[in-house]
Design a protein around this ligand. Structure first.
Ligand code: GRF
Length: 211
C-alpha cells in the first residue's frame, strides 16, 4: 500500500502516521509551503518530500492539476490530508475519490470549517473531538471512518482544548490508515462507512461533566 501525505505546516499528524509502524510505504510528503515544519520531520524519517507552491500557479484549477500530477507520479493507493490548508477543487476530489482522507478537529457534522475549538467553547458543548473522513466535494462532509471524543473542561481555552483533541488525532489517524491498509473499510452506497472485523464500543461512553 503506497501513501502520499499532503501537509501545509507543523506536520504532527503526519509524524504520528510515520511513527505508527503501519504496513504501508510512505512514497512522498508534499507541502504547498516551503516553510512547513513537517517537511524536515518527513526528511528525518527518510521519506521523500516535495514542495509545490500554490503561488506559482495562476488559479486553483491549475494548482490542483499540477498537484494531482505530482501525486500520480507515486501511484498511491491512499492520499492523506494532514493539515493541508487548502480547499481542493471538485475535480481534484472526484479524481481521488475513495482514496482521499482527511482529519478534522471536531466531531463532524458539528463544527465544519475553521476555528473549531473556539466555536466548541463558545457553543458550550461538553464533548468535542476529531473525525477521520473520506473527502468529498462538500468541505468536511464526507463519510466518517472514526471519531474520538474528549471532554470540554470549564477552564479550557482554545489552545488547551486543541491540545487535548490533537492527542486523539494522533491516535485515530494511524488507526484509520491501518484499517484502510488491511482492507477493512467499505464505503457503502448510502454514503456511510462500514468496518469489518473491528470491535463495536457498544457500552463505552464519555460523559462530561461527570460526578
Ligand atoms: C490538525 O488539527 C488537523 O486536525 C487539522 O489541521 C491540524 C494539522 O496539524 N486538519 P498538524 O500539521 O498535523 O500538526
Amino acid at each position: 500500500m503506497k501513501i502520499v501525505i499532503l501537509i501545509s505546516g507543523r506536520g504532527s499528524n503526519m509524524q504520528a502516521l510515520l511513527e505508527a509502524d503501519l504496513p504501508v510505504e510512505f512514497a512522498c510528503v508534499i507541502s504547498n509551503r516551503a516553510d512547513a515544519k513537517g517537511l524536515e520531520i518527513a526528511a528525518a524519517h527518510g521519506v521523500p518530500t516535495c514542495m509545490l507552491n500554490h503561488r506559482d500557479y495562476p488559479d486553483r484549477a491549475a494548482y490542483d492539476t499540477a498537484l494531482a500530477a505530482e501525486i500520480d507520479r507515486h501511484a498511491p493507493d491512499l492520499v492523506i490530508l494532514a493539515g493541508f490548508m487548502r480547499v481542493l477543487s471538485d475535480a481534484f476530489v472526484q479524481y481521488f475519490e475513495r482514496r482521499l482522507i482527511n482529519i478534522h478537529p471536531a466531531l463532524l457534522p458539528a463544527f465544519p470549517g475553521l476555528n473549531t475549538h473556539e466555536r466548541a467553547i463558545a457553543g458550550g458543548v461538553k464533548l468535542h473531538g476529531c473525525t477521520v473522513h473520506f473527502v468529498t466535494p462538500e468541505v468536511d462532509a464526507g463519510p466518517i471512518l472514526v471519531q474520538a471524543a474528549v471532554p470540554v473542561l470549564p477552564d479550557d481555552t482554545p489552545a488547551s482544548l486543541a491540545a487535548r483533541v490533537l492527542r486523539q488525532e494522533h491516535r485515530i489517524y494511524p488507526m484509520a490508515v491501518r484499517w484502510f491498509a488491511e482492507g477493512r473499510i467499505t464505503w457503502r452506497e448510502d454514503g456511510t462507512v462500514a468496518m469489518r472485523g473491528l470491535a463495536d464500543a457498544t457500552d463505552s461512553a464519555l460523559v462530561s461533566p461527570s460526578d
